[in-house]
Design a protein around this ligand. Structure first.
Ligand code: ADP
Ligand code: MG
Length: 330
């Protein structure tokens, strides 16, 4: 059974960045207002995600690590997914491919810790912690050397982790994020975005400033449009902020970071009159729609989506961006 778990685990966790994504999404699902991610050696030796969320009751810790035992979806409507987690296997997978330790405390209860190594579950032990949860994964893929070989350099893996954290931070401006690199034992903060307060556009602008840059945020064009029940909210950068690669395009569907061809294509098309070929606009765009009008399960990593009315969504994005650019004299 442990071997089967290890094989299946590769589908959920293929590299440190995917582990970080699952753990941060769990923290968000738990209602965290502050999430701290610590990485060593590109995540190969250490990934730690600490949150101030609701915690896991000590008696539930073994259950949280059991495959499919705790899925947040009840199966009644697979297309209507509101919380990030719904497969109930991230923790089980991480426990199968690394050395996993969870310390958690529910407010008003005692903290507990549990460890799993190569799928072998230890007993829950008393521990000390503020309310919230810390999940630590050491030596990811130590039990599956073949997967370890597929990882890229520490630097490239750390970059991918940073990208995942920035995208989730962009999606959740009211949550504080910190990313630290403690390679070699010395801690360096590589990203910080303090929790934003107040109304949505102000919060988004503040978060844009932390994630992309203060100057960019100060000059970004506000986007707010709606068509046939689909909403578009966010900021688009002036053409002068374009890049030579599509590295700073943050696109979300119902709050979920996606890397969707239709949306990225529409973003590019919105700028087609003002940007040369090979230049990519910088933007953070939030598409909102009825969860039943979009299928988020197209890709296992949930990065691609399929809209029921792709033409509506594309038209909305292209026209909203052209309108904003025209309003700014472009
Ligand atoms: P899923 O998120 O799909 O339910 P996971 O394996 O990611 O599956 O997590 C299993 C369960 O463990 C969750 O359903 C949740 O109950 C609990 N859990 C995991 N991480 C946290 C966290 N950071 N805070 C509170 N509960 C958590
Ligand atoms: Mg999860």
């Amino acid at each position: 059974e442990a071997a089967i778990n290890r094989i299946a685990a590769g589908e959920v966790v293929e590299r440190p960045a995917s582990a970080v994504k699952e753990l941060v999404e769990n923290a968000l699902d738990a209602g965290a207002t502050r999430i701290e991610v610590t990485i060593a050696d590109g995540g190969k030796t250490l990934i730690r995600v600490a949150d101030d969320g609701c915690g896991i009751p000590a008696t539930d810790l073994p259950l949280a690590l059991a495959r499919h035992a705790t899925s947040k979806i009840d199966g009644s409507d697979l297309l209507d997914i509101r919380s990030f987690g719904f497969r109930g296997e991230a923790l089980a997978s991480l426990g199968a491919v690394g050395r996993l330790c969870i310390v958690s405390r529910v407010r008003g209860q005692d903290a507990a810790r549990i460890e799993v190594d190569g799928g072998r579950l230890g007993a829950a032990q008393p521990a000390a912690r503020q309310p919230g949860t810390t999940v630590e994964v050491r030596d990811l893929f130590h039990a599956t050397p073949a997967r370890l070989k597929f990882l890229r350099s520490d630097r490239a893996e750390m970059q991918a982790v940073g990208d995942v954290v920035r995208r989730l931070a962009m999606a959740e401006p009211f949550v504080g994020f910190v990313l630290r690199d403690c390679t070699g034992g010395e801690e360096r903060e590589t990203f910080r975005a303090d929790a934003e307060q107040g109304e949505l556009f102000g919060a988004l602008a503040g978060r844009l400033s932390a994630v992309i840059g203060r100057d960019f945020a100060a000059n970004a064009l506000r986007i707010e449009a709606e068509r046939d029940g689909v909403t578009l909210t966010g900021y688009a950068g002036l053409p002068t902020y374009s890049r030579g690669a599509a590295v700073a395009q943050y696109v979300f569907v119902n709050g979920r970071p996606v890397r969707d061809k239709l949306l990225l294509g529409a973003l590019g098309a919105g700028y087609s009159d003002v940007l040369h070929r090979g230049r990519y606009p910088v933007a953070a765009l939030f598409v909102g729609c009825d969860p039943r009008a979009v299928d988020v399960n197209v890709h296992p990593a949930k990065a691609e989506v399929r809209f029921r009315e792709p033409g509506t969504v594309r038209g909305l994005v292209v026209s909203a961006i052209r309108h904003a650019l025209a309003g700014a004299g472009h």
